[in-house]
Design a protein around this ligand. Structure first.
Ligand SMILES: [Zn+2]
Ligand SMILES: [Zn+2]
Length: 154
């Protein structure tokens, strides 16, 4: 059975998000959206930014965008397949580049400061795959988010 790891794999064979063109699902990558996506590209994959982080980085670059607009834009970039959203109960959601380099990774998240570290684990992927297969679900991803307290916050 073919496992569909990520619906975005297709587009990444042709370059990063900014090289792909302006349309994806009929939505436009406006200059502001491009700028926000550019922040993630500059940081590279493996970085997890909150809406507040993006707000802060834009302010440093002398770009004033309201937090509400940033949040909407991030959600849109997720819908367009450029970003992946980590849903965390504490500390708000974080966003990272959708990446073919490490599509199947998991997160260790500090519930106090939001520090997020990645790890890989084949057992988690296999368990998700088997569970989905057993009841006939089509697998999209198996991601484990581990809530923890980092050394600095202990
Ligand atoms: Zn990650
Ligand atoms: Zn911490």
């Amino acid at each position: 059975m073919e496992i569909n790891k990520s619906s975005n794999n297709e587009i990444y064979r042709f370059g990063g998000p900014l090289q792909i063109g302006l349309h994806q699902d009929g939505k436009r990558l406006t200059p502001q959206r491009k700028k926000i996506l550019g922040l993630f590209e500059d940081k590279g994959s493996g970085n997890h930014l909150s809406a507040e982080d993006v707000h802060h980085l834009l302010a440093q670059a002398d770009t004033r965008v309201s937090l509400a607009t940033i949040y909407r834009t991030l959600k849109l970039l997720v819908q367009m397949g450029f970003l992946h959203e980590l849903e965390l109960s504490e500390g708000g959601n974080r966003f990272e580049l959708s990446s073919q380099d490490h599509p199947d990774h998991h997160h260790l998240v500090c519930i106090k400061c939001g520090r997020t570290e990645e790890f890989e684990n084949e057992h988690v992927l296999q368990t998700g795959r088997l569970a989905a297969e057993r009841i006939g679900f089509k697998l999209i991803e198996s991601t484990l988010n581990v809530r923890a307290i980092c050394p600095d916050c202990q």
